[in-house]
Design a protein around this ligand. Sequence first.
Ligand code: HEC
Length: 462
Amino acid sequence: MSSRISILGLAAAGLLLGTVGRSATAVAKEESDRVVTFYKDVVPVLQKNCQTCHRPGQIAPMSLLTYKEARPWAKAMKAAVIARKMPPWFADPKYGHFNNDRSLKPAEIETLVAWVDHGAVEGDAKDAPPPVQWPDEGWQIKPDVVVDLPPYKVPATGVKEWEQLAIPAPFKEDTWVTSVEISPGQPAVVHHYCFNFETHKPTTVYNVYEWMEVPRDDDGVAKNHKRGADTKEGIVLRRAVGTTVETRQPGRQTIRGGNQFCYLPGLPYEDYRPVNAGVFVPAGSDIVVSMHYTANGVDLIDKTRIGFTVTKVPPAKRFIPQDGEDGQNAPIVRKQAIQDLAIPPFDSNYLGPPADITFLKDLELVWFRPHAHMRAVSAQYKLIYPDGREEIVLNVPRYDFNWQLTYRTSLKIPKGSRMHVEFRYDNSANNRFNPDPSKWVYYGDQSWEEMGTPNIGFLVDR
Ligand code: HEC
């Protein structure tokens, strides 16, 4: 393919995306001046934007560390970056500023495309930057402390409800945790794995899985989705770690893991080090996990690990979750009639019950993590300041259930502000993730049911 055609093609793609700024002729001139090679031009982009996932032991199906590994994927790489399918990043560039924005700059897309169009030349290995020293054993962070969760048997079939588990946190003294990574043993079946730190209560029993019986119809749809239904009261099931004996008892759930820290498909670790912040964990705290497995046809044993980095020197700022520490002193009030969610069959543009979040103190918002399921197609966060000024602070026009991303930012929010959050759903056949467009879809925990949860995280001064 001649360079002229490829560049015109790219310019056309750029016009469609509205992002490629430079004129085709300017690029053509620059490009004709030198040969684009793997080592000199492509490796820096792969290191910065691709290798966190595209290396052995990570979630991507192939490694892009070496020329030999990357070369067969040259054409696929070109297609994926032009379509902006890779790297996965879904924030509308018109709004907000995100410090973990991993999307490629137009010039980087041009580099990859030019490399592919000119025969994917290897070049001279001496031109390559030194390889990145990635942490061992599949970690993204280099943990100081690791907790091994008890092995969990995930059956090949059947519906698993959300299960809760309390274990002691591994810290004997008051500790500042500066980063947290949840590393699933079997990512294929982990739908979510989240936890909160909590003060130990006398009623909290360690190493017993606890979950609620959820009455479901033949399609697996929960029958207790109706507004006002108390989903924490009913038949409570329990099973001790390492046993298969289940007990059933009417009553209330005794533990409920929050979503202060989460593993979700595509979600990276939490790291407060770059913003000089940490999470304060008092001595003797518990870890309360909420986990949800989705059977995928094979019996598996999941061994999830949680890794922490810690510091002796208290950092300048403290992370606080939206539900408050220990479920108390929540810094926000969230109003959302989410149990009214009822998406009609074949509706291609359904607006879910919006969330309205009021800020009770001055806060620095540091991340957004919009969460919904297979029918969700977009999410938008709009901030309304106390003086009435409105600003869209995150717009996700193409929500993708397979990529649960955290959008990291620094947004100073004055007390009295309000955040209005909307999720939209496509229950038509146009939605390629839709398991069945002919069904009504209600609020529920399973991925064939729906949600629209506007998770956010904050920092305050220590
Ligand atoms: C956050 C993790 C992550 C990052 C970062 C990432 N990828 Fe991927 N990539 C994946 C996963 C997972 C898949 C397989 C699932 C899929 O195709 O969505 C994939 C698939 C691909 C494919 C195959 C697509 C196809 O058509 O089958 C290509 C090519 C690719 N990635 C290239 C890249 C390039 C180039 C970059 C950097 C510019 C990149 N990826 C960054 C995780 C990632």
